[in-house]
Design a protein around this ligand. Structure first.
Ligand SMILES: NC(=O)c1ccc[n+]([C@@H]2O[C@H](COP(=O)([O-])OP(=O)(O)OC[C@H]3O[C@@H](n4cnc5c(N)ncnc54)[C@H](O)[C@@H]3O)[C@@H](O)[C@H]2O)c1
Ligand SMILES: [Zn+2]
Length: 853
């Protein structure tokens, strides 16, 4: 008999899992990782088998998680769409093999496929044409997303060849490639939208968009892994897929038949690593019994086939120490926490920073300084902290507290209702916000002003020459102040802060090889696996490096110099200090390097302070005397300040420099001014996007520019007028109105106008006249355009005609729709809906005839 306790536990688990399913499949925002989710599910499975009286056909162990969404029409699947049982270890895989062998005494083979991590889709083809696309839904019925799926280029709308069955179903996975995913997230962050957690969520979110034209822009991809027909075409699953390939379906070329479970394991080992190089996300391998006859014999459980199992790869995870949290202020004023970690190697790269996204995440993780934290790469380039080893927390560790005021300008932070981010409201006076706005304005999709990079903007801002985007156009009058300015260019990707490469260490400290060239230092650095090796270097080793030697030098000669160097105690001591900072990834920690500089009487604690002010060695001379005094006793500060300037140390530091300088010499100032001048003939939508109005991305800027032609008429537009534009929602309309309510924005626009920036579309008089003369025959009518009109260009043109004549376009049919303009192959769901609401359906000719009247 189940105890009350067991019963409560089962109920608690079920409701928790239901909630996670909803977050994952419907909201596309999971709050725990897959492994933890699967462990909850396994725990529930175990309890249910232990206490059969608690079994329930509606338990999440018995049903697939549902992605159904009431915005879509639902249709039944011809064949149920199931999940897969999964495992994370080889023991269970051997058990799976044993179970199969018990039921199948004869020889058989497995087929291994990559488990693509996207959104499942089931397509129906009739007479060689795509007729329907359904999501998995609850396994029995799915959402009809045919219109969206039609925009995916790798899905054939019509099949090649002629040996396909009249009617069949093919199943696969819709994916968003990593590259597109990163681009999409950057764009979303820039527009103030929440980022997708991973490519899978982004793919299923995209598939469920109401507007197919946005889906088309996201370049989704698809791989197929199952073909279902009334009578099997071939007995082998692998062979069947091979046939589907010939009809134009994308089938992974990595599918492989294996005769034994050991061969399967070989495949797993290979792909655990290799999958990092794929363009799309995979989360495991699916192992299937290849013969369909045998598959039928093995059958299904309520939730998954008995003839297949998914081996899931655990995301690569590392544990490291949380050193500190820094807070970055973006151009919108949003404050983003970033974790600084003790560098650790993860999936082939050294990681020392992880994103924390927002204050809630810090709070949920209950982060404390010096915590041992787990980091993981979830398809994104920047890894994230996924957990804390609470048992290892140091006594007295300080909790990480999100700041109450802006780390840059000290204004109290604010939080908008319903948003996770905190904002610094001081948008007129907060340095990173001002610089961020300028960076956005000059960026590629906006005004595309070259020669005005991040560092140059910072330099000009620091000089008081660049305080707003309008100031860009004032720069040409200030050449005298600009020419000759210099700054350091940071390249954190190539040369991360807080570390120095072997190459630079050897070049700077020389280790006896006086005046060594950077090229030789590089050759040595590339051929040692730790700095320590230098001490025991042999003549053969030096020979093998093929260094470029000066006249009269030989490998023997170099070896002698190195050996002599190590014989002097103080030099050996410096070398040992450096070796202690060896990070085993070809870098020495900056703290060890500073220690090796031997600034008199400096403690480790003080070195940490120094690094706060100079995260790169080259910045040491930039620390002002006042700054030294802010963390050192007066006397010590003066000594340190002068020590850094002593010629021997100064030379050493400049040889440690891995960063390049930006100098605004005459030629680069010329280039900059030319680029600024050129930007005056940009289009209005570039400028509009560049203004960085919240939620107005590049696409919305284009839409608005097309409608309003100038900033003045956009300013005059009412909330309702904005809302009436297709693709402009409440959030955007509100944001635009708020922008123009602020006096400083009006002033900015006035300045931009006076300075000659493109604040309107330059149309010559004639064109302008022809636009205003278009008859408003469609005034107030609402249209939906759907189906195929030969080319997508034509479909777009029809939309433009509707709008140019005063009509309004919407993407979905409702009671308010006046006409449905239908092309070929229009989705059955749209047709049904239009018929049900008795909305007139017209074709292209009918529509054009309407205009004549
Ligand atoms: N983190 C969360 O909150 C959360 C919540 C719910 C589910 N999940 C995750 O989702 C998984 C459960 O989802 P599921 O039921 O979709 O199972 P699944 O994703 O583990 O496996 C089934 C799916 O795999 C896909 N697939 C990819 N390649 C395939 C191939 N070659 N052959 C066959 N199928 C292939 C299909 O779309 C199929 O629907 C769990 O592993 C869990 O980790 C996570
Ligand atoms: Zn601020």
């Amino acid at each position: 008999m189940a105890s009350i306790e067991a019963k409560n536990k089962v109920e608690k688990l079920r409701s928790e899992i239901h909630k996670h399913n909803h977050n994952y499949y419907v909201l596309n925002q999971p709050t725990i990782d897959d492994y933890d989710f699967d462990m909850l599910l396994k725990e529930l499975e175990k309890l249910e088998s232990q206490y059969p009286e608690l079994k329930d056909p509606n338990s999440p162990t018995k049903r697939v998680g549902s992605d159904l969404n009431k915005e879509f029409i639902q249709k039944s699947h011809d064949y149920p769409m199931l999940s897969l049982s999964n495992t994370y270890n080889y023991t269970e895989l051997y058990e799976f093999d044993q179970r199969i062998k018990k039921n199948i005494p004869e020889q058989f083979s497995y087929e291994c496929e990559l488990k693509f991590d996207g959104s499942s889709i089931s397509l129906q083809y009739e007479n060689g044409k795509l007729t329907q696309a359904l999501t998995r839904g609850n396994g029995e019925v799915g959402d009809d997303v045919t219109q969206n799926v039609r925009t995916i280029k790798s899905i054939p709308l019509e099949l090649q060849g002629d040996n396909y069955p009249d009617r069949f179903v093919i199943r696969g996975e819709i994916l968003l490639p990593f590259k597109t995913f990163d681009r999409l997230n950057t764009q979303r962050a820039a527009e103030g939208e929440t980022r997708f957690a991973n490519p899978r969520n982004a793919a299923s979110g995209t598939l469920k968009l109401q507007n197919s034209s946005i889906v088309a822009k996201r370049s989704l991809d698809a791989y197929f892994y199952d073909l279902l027909t009334e009578a099997p075409l071939k007995d082998g699953h692998y062979e069947t897929l091979d046939q589907a390939k010939s009809w134009g379906f994308k089938i992974s070329k990595e599918n492989k038949k294996c005769n034994t479970i050991e061969e399967v394991i070989e495949y797993l080992e290979k792909w655990d690593k290799k999958r990092e190089n794929l363009e799309v996300a995979t989360d495991g391998v699916v192992i299937k019994v290849n013969s369909k006859t045998l598959q039928n014999r093995l059958g299904f459980t309520a939730k998954s086939p008995r003839w297949a199992v998914a081996y899931k790869f655990k995301a690569e995870r590392e544990i490291t120490t949380l050193q500190s949290v820094s807070y970055q202020v973006g151009r919108t004023g949003a404050v983003t926490p970033v974790a600084n970690l003790t560098p650790v190697s993860l999936a082939g790269t050294t990681v020392q920073r992880a994103s924390l996204h927002n204050a809630d995440i810090i709070e949920n993780l209950d982060l404390h300084l010096q915590d041992q934290v787990y980091i993981e790469k979830g398809g994104e380039i920047i890894p994230k902290i996924v957990g804390v080893e609470y048992a290892l927390r140091k006594e007295g560790a300080a909790p990480v507290l999100f700041p109450k005021s802006c780390p840059e300008c000290h204004t109290p932070l604010e939080r908008n209702e319903g948003e996770a981010a905190y904002y610094c409201p001081n948008y007129l006076g907060c340095a990173p916000q001002i610089r961020g706005k300028i960076e956005h304005f000059v960026s590629r999709n906006a005004m595309n002003i070259e020669w005005l990079g991040k560092e140059t903007i910072q330099l000009l801002y620091n000089q008081g020459l660049l305080n707003s985007v309008a100031d860009i156009y004032r720069l040409p009058n200030r050449r005298d102040k600009i020419e000759g300015l210099e700054t350091i260019k940071r390249d954190d990707e190539k040369h991360p802060p807080l570390m120095v490469s072997y190459e630079r260490i050897i070049y700077a400290f020389q280790f006896g090889i006086q005046g060594i060239s950077l090229a030789n230092a590089k050759k040595i650095a590339n051929n040692i696996s730790s700095l320590k090796e230098l001490e025991d270097i042999t003549v053969e080793h030096i020979d093998s490096l093929s260094l470029t030697l000066k006249k009269g030098e030989s490998s023997n000669h170099i070896l002698r110099q190195i050996l002599t160097f190590f014989r002097i105690p103080i030099q050996k001591q410096i070398f040992d200090t450096l070796c202690q900072g060896d990070m085993s990834n070809g870098n020495i920690s900056l703290s060890a390097v500073i220690k090796a500089l031997k600034i008199p009487n400096i403690t480790d604690q003080e070195i940490a302070e120094i690094m706060d002010h100079a995260p790169f060695a080259v910045l040491l001379p930039n620390i002002t005397l006042d700054t030294w005094k802010s963390f050192l006793p007066e006397q010590k500060a003066v000594v340190a300040f002068n020590y850094i300037r002593n010629p021997r140390v100064d030379k050493l530091i400049s040889r440690l420099n891995q960063l390049s300088k930006i100098s605004l010499k005459q030629k680069s100032v010329d280039n900059l001014f030319q680029a600024i001048e050129k930007s005056k003939s940009n289009t209005f939508h570039q400028l509009l996007f560049g203004l960085g109005i919240r939620f107005i991305g590049a696409t919305a800027a284009k839409t608005l520019a097309k409608k309003f032609h100038s900033i003045e008429s956009l300013r005059a537009a009412s909330y309702q007028e904005l809302l009436d534009i297709n693709d402009i929602g409440e959030k955007m309309a509100n944001s635009i109105r708020r922008y123009f309510e602020k006096q400083e924005n009006i002033d900015l626009i006035d300045s931009l106008t006076t300075l000659g920036a493109p604040v309107g579309t330059s149309i010559d008089g004639e064109q302008e006249a022809s636009i205003s003369e278009l008859p408003s025959t469609l005034d107030g009518l609402i249209f939906v355009i759907s189906g195929n009109f030969g080319t997508s260009q034509r479909r777009k043109e029809l939309g433009e005609i509707v709008e140019d004549h005063g009509g309004k376009l919407t993407s979905s049919i409702s009671k308010k729709t006046n006409y449905l303009i239908a092309g070929d192959n229009i989705g059955p769901s749209k047709l049904e809906k239009a018929q049900a609401l008795e909305i007139p359906i017209i074709n292209e000719e009918g529509f054009l005839a309407m205009l004549e009247q």
